[in-house]
Design a protein around this ligand. Structure first.
Ligand code: PHE
Length: 380
């Protein structure tokens, strides 16, 4: 009965209180917004899995601040309109006290506007675009994130290309309709130039495009020695494959959006040797990482990606804030979240800055023999 309580109405929840086995158990509803279908499904699944590990662990210890956590999970399909709809549903119908989500910046920006108006504290574990927490220079004070932001990530990859790989001529292809893709493309372009590099092609495509041959012909004519692809794995895989089919041989690099086992499935060997920035590496030997990889593997039979790992940390950070607030009152939870310092998670130690963003290190990974290999850590 308890398991389905959140699916029905509040009176139904109250009936549960009559069950003598948890006569005094208070409940707190926590929403999760994640893309369980659509073009970044692997992101959504690992976030859901990891969120549920954190919820189950907390409930097994008696809940947080004496309250049993009732998760309410919604699929945003990585679609901005759908994301706003499910955020409204969580806020108005399920009356959650706090939300974890969404996963991509594209979905998290509309979510942030809904939760800010409703004053429901929300943490996106993974969305890196600056607009998630700030609009027109103004901080959305109910919105937080558990990861670094794209100005840092774009800088890391531009420097890596220029200084570590010694590249001189960069081409960039990005999705003009996706804030994440466009934002990081611009940072990369500006930093690469500042470091003395040439940006020989800077071209965009639309969100539904599947044929990149014309763009790739342009890219090829510009004779780049590095091609930056700031998008999610399905698009990147397609572009990489078509580039290879055209005989374009150039070093590929990208941001965290590459982090999916499906990247290699779509791109095949065309993505081999590509470098990308990410939030953690499962090869990290710190005991927290080793324990986490073991735990996730036992439950889900695979190595956790960065998204899942950030989701586990972000959910636990929210639980810490609820403990500190000692309440299910959204305003008190917000204040507690804003005051957290030096939280220790699997992805490392982190403090939220004044914008609700996190200062954290980036990991550079490389696709070698179809697998992600750790290259180096870059500290802020
Ligand atoms: N940073 C991406 C975004 O904002 C989401 C993402 C995080 C993808 C981590 C992969 C790994 O859209």
């Amino acid at each position: 009965m308890r398991r389905f309580a959140f699916l029905f109405s509040i009176p139904f929840l109250c009936l549960c209180a009559l069950d003598p086995s948890h006569a005094h158990a208070k409940e707190i509803r926590i929403g999760l917004i994640t893309p369980l279908s659509g073009d970044v499904k692997t992101f959504g699944e690992s976030v859901r899995n990891s969120f549920m590990i954190a919820v189950d662990e907390a409930n097994a210890k008696g809940g947080v601040a004496g309250m049993r956590i009732v998760p309410v999970i919604q699929d945003d399909k990585n679609d901005p309109t759908e994301a706003a709809n499910v955020a409204n549903l969580l806020v108005n119908q399920y009356r959650v006290s706090a939300i974890v989500g969404s996963v991509t910046s594209k979905a998290s920006i509309p979510v942030s506007d809904v939760i800010q108006a409703a004053k429901i504290p929300t943490i996106s574990p993974t969305a890196t675009n600056p607009k998630v927490t700030v609009a027109d220079g103004k901080r959305k004070d109910y919105m937080f994130r558990g990861c670094f932001i794209d100005p840092f990530q774009g800088t890391v990859m531009a420097k890596f290309s220029r200084e570590t790989l010694g590249k001189r001529r960069a081409a960039v292809l990005y999705d003009a309709s996706n804030d994440y893709s466009k934002g990081i493309a611009e940072v990369f372009r500006d930093v690469f130039r500042k470091l003395g590099g040439n940006v020989v092609a800077f071209e965009s495509y639309g969100k539904d495009d599947v044929d990149f041959s014309a763009l790739l012909t342009k890219v090829r004519a510009s004779q780049p020695d590095v091609l930056f692809l700031p998008d999610y794995y399905n698009k990147v895989g397609l572009i990489a494959k078509q580039a290879r089919e055209q005989g374009l041989k150039v070093q590929l690099i990208g941001p965290d959006g590459w982090d999916s086992p499906d990247l290699v499935k779509v791109a095949g060997s065309a993505i081999e040797g590509g470098y990308f920035s990410n939030h953690y590496s499962p090869e990290d030997k710190r005991p927290e990482v080793v324990a986490w990889v073991r735990k996730y593997r036992e439950k889900f039979g695979q190595v956790p990606d960065a998204l899942g790992t950030l989701a586990y940390d972000g959910t636990n950070l929210l639980f810490d804030a609820i403990r500190k607030a000692g309440s299910d009152d959204p305003r008190k939870i917000r204040d507690a979240l804003a005051s957290i310092k030096g939280f220790r998670g699997v992805t490392g130690k982190a403090t939220l800055d004044g914008n609700g963003d996190m200062i954290k290190s980036a990991a550079i990974l490389r696709i070698v023999a179809g697998k992600q290999k750790f290259v180096e850590m870059v500290h802020p």
